[in-house]
Design a protein around this ligand. Structure first.
Ligand SMILES: C[S@@+](CC[C@H](N)C(=O)[O-])C[C@H]1O[C@@H](n2cnc3c(N)ncnc32)[C@H](O)[C@@H]1O
Length: 421
C-alpha cells in the first residue's frame, strides 16, 4: 500500500512500551496532535506485560501517564494539541475522578486544558457499570501546548441543514455562513458493525471513526504527524492514514498490531475515497452561498420596512446585486443596492446611515453601496421578486411593477420553512 512506510519513522506502529517514546521516535520528528484513550486504570487486562494501568496502584498509574504525556509534550509542535478520551470509574463504592486527577497531573508538566467535552454514547460497554444509573457518556479532554494552537474550527462546523433548526432561513444573520459551531456534547455511537468483527469490538472497544475524524480535522492539516501512544485497535492511526496525515503508534500487544495492519489494508481505499469526496466541501460552499444570499435580500427588506415607516416613501423598490467578498473588517460581502422609484436621495441616505450602523443591520456582515435609478423602467433578464414581509421565498411569475413586490434580485431563494422543521 502506497501510504505506508513513506519514511521509516512515519506511518509506523511500534510494538513497544509508550514509556520509551523519547528514545524511539527520532528527534527530528515533531507531533502535531496526539489522540488517545489510555487504559482506564486497571479496569481491563490487555494481555501483555508492563501495561500501564493493569496491576498498578492508582498513584503509579497516574505518575506513569504523567511521564508519558510529559515526553509527548517535548516532541509536540508549539501549536500542537492533545486529545484524551477517558472516564471515571468506581472503587470501594465511590466514583474515582480519573479525568480530573489526570488533567491536574498534565497541568503540572505544561499542558493547558482548553476544553472538556462530553462524548455521549448510545450505549455502554459491558464492564462500565458505575451505579444505579445507566452510563451514557465519557470525557474528552482537549489540551494545547501553548495558547496559540492549531484549530481549524471552520472544518467542523455543522452546515447540513437537516441538523439545523429552521430558523436559519428566517434569521440568516445569526448563522455563521460556514455553519454552526460545534458544541461541547458530541454524540457518536460506539462502533458495532461494518468491517469490525464482533469479537474485535468486544475486545477493544474502538473509538468511533467519525469522532476521531472530527478531532483530526480540528487539530491537523494534511501531512501533519499524529501520535497514539496506546493504539489498541488503531482507529486513530487508520483514520490518520485515510485523511492523508502521518501516524505513529505504540502498542504492547503484537496481536493487536497485526489486526490493525490487516484492517488498514482492507479498508484503506474505501475510506480514502470517502475522505477525498468529503474534503471537496461542496455542501459547505452551498450553505455559505445560501446564507449570504438570504442576508443580502433580508438587508434590503429591513431597509424597505424601516424607511417606509420613518419617511413615508412607500413606492420604491430595491434591486439587490451581490458584488464580491468585502475587504472591510467584520464585513463578508459587498452588495450594491439600486433604488428604483421616486424618493429624496438625501433623506433616504440619512436614514440608511442610521439604520446600517445599528443592530440588526450592522450584524449582517454586509458592506452596502447605493445607486439611484429614479423611476425609469429597468430591464433585467432573469429576476425574482420578494415582498416586504418575506425574502426567503420569491413570488413566482411576479409582475415586478406590482406594488407588493419591494425587493428584486437576480438571486432566487425559494425555501419553504416547513421543509426544515
Ligand atoms: C483503551 S485501549 C486503546 C483503545 C484504542 N483507542 C482503540 O480505538 O481501539 C489501551 C491500549 O493500550 C495498550 N497499552 C497498555 N499499556 C501500554 C504501554 N505501556 N505501552 C503501549 N501500549 C500500552 C493496551 O494493550 C491497549 O491496547
Amino acid at each position: 500500500m502506497k501510504s505506508k512506510k513513506k519514511k521509516n519513522s512515519l506511518n509506523v506502529i511500534y510494538n513497544k512500551d509508550s514509556r520509551t517514546i523519547l528514545e524511539t521516535i527520532p528527534s527530528d520528528i515533531k507531533i502535531q496532535t496526539t489522540i488517545t484513550s489510555p487504559p482506564y486504570y486497571d479496569m481491563k487486562d490487555y494481555d501483555s506485560d508492563n501495561q500501564v494501568g493493569y496491576g498498578q496502584t492508582y498513584d503509579d498509574y497516574l505518575n506513569d501517564l504523567q511521564s508519558i504525556f510529559k515526553d509527548i509534550f517535548k516532541i509536540t509542535e508549539d501549536n500542537g494539541t492533545l486529545w484524551i478520551i477517558i472516564d471515571t470509574f468506581k472503587r470501594n463504592n465511590q466514583v474515582i475522578t480519573l479525568p480530573f486527577d489526570l488533567s491536574n497531573k498534565l497541568k503540572e508538566v505544561g499542558w493547558l486544558l482548553q476544553d472538556v467535552i462530553i462524548w455521549k454514547k448510545d450505549k455502554t460497554v459491558p464492564w462500565s457499570t458505575n451505579g444505579f444509573m445507566q452510563r451514557k457518556f465519557e470525557y474528552i479532554l482537549f489540551f494545547s501546548k501553548t495558547i496559540n494552537y492549531k484549530s481549524n474550527k471552520d472544518n467542523v462546523r455543522v452546515y447540513d441543514t437537516s441538523q439545523l433548526k429552521k430558523w436559519w432561513i428566517k434569521y440568516p444573520e445569526r448563522y455563521n455562513p460556514k455553519g454552526k459551531a460545534l458544541d461541547e456534547v458530541w454524540e457518536y455511537p460506539i462502533p458495532t458493525q461494518g468491517s469490525w468483527g464482533e469479537e474485535y469490538i468486544r475486545h477493544f472497544c474502538p473509538l468511533p471513526q467519525d469522532m476521531v475524524a472530527t478531532m483530526i480535522q480540528i487539530s491537523t492539516d494534511e501531512n501533519d504527524n499524529i501520535l497514539d501512544p496506546f493504539a489498541g485497535s488503531g482507529t486513530v492511526l487508520s483514520q490518520s492514514a485515510y485523511m492523508k496525515r502521518n501516524y505513529i503508534g505504540f502498542e504492547l500487544n503484537s496481536k493487536y498490531i497485526s489486526m490493525f495492519e490487516e484492517y488498514l489494508e482492507k479498508t484503506f481505499s474505501k475510506y480514502r475515497k470517502e475522505y477525498d469526496l468529503f474534503s471537496q466541501n461542496k455542501d459547505q460552499g452551498d450553505f455559505e452561498k445560501q446564507i449570504l444570499d438570504l442576508r443580502a435580500l433580508k438587508f434590503a427588506r429591513i431597509l424597505v420596512t424601516n424607511i417606509e415607516r420613518n419617511t413615508k416613501f412607500d413606492n420604491f423598490k430595491i434591486f439587490v446585486t451581490p458584488k464580491e467578498t468585502s475587504k472591510l473588517k467584520h464585513k463578508l460581502l459587498r452588495v450594491e443596492y439600486q433604488i428604483i422609484g421616486k424618493i429624496d436621495k438625501t433623506i433616504f441616505l440619512d436614514e440608511v446611515k442610521v439604520l446600517t450602523n445599528k443592530a440588526p443591520l450592522s450584524k449582517f456582515g454586509i458592506e452596502s453601496t447605493f445607486k439611484f435609478l429614479g423611476s425609469k423602467k429597468f430591464s433585467i433578464k432573469k429576476h425574482f421578486g420578494y415582498t416586504k414581509t418575506n425574502t426567503y421565498s420569491f413570488v413566482k411569475n411576479s409582475d415586478l411593477y406590482s406594488t407588493k413586490i419591494r425587493v428584486v434580485s437576480e438571486i432566487g431563494v425559494d425555501l419553504n420553512e416547513n421543509d426544515y422543521l
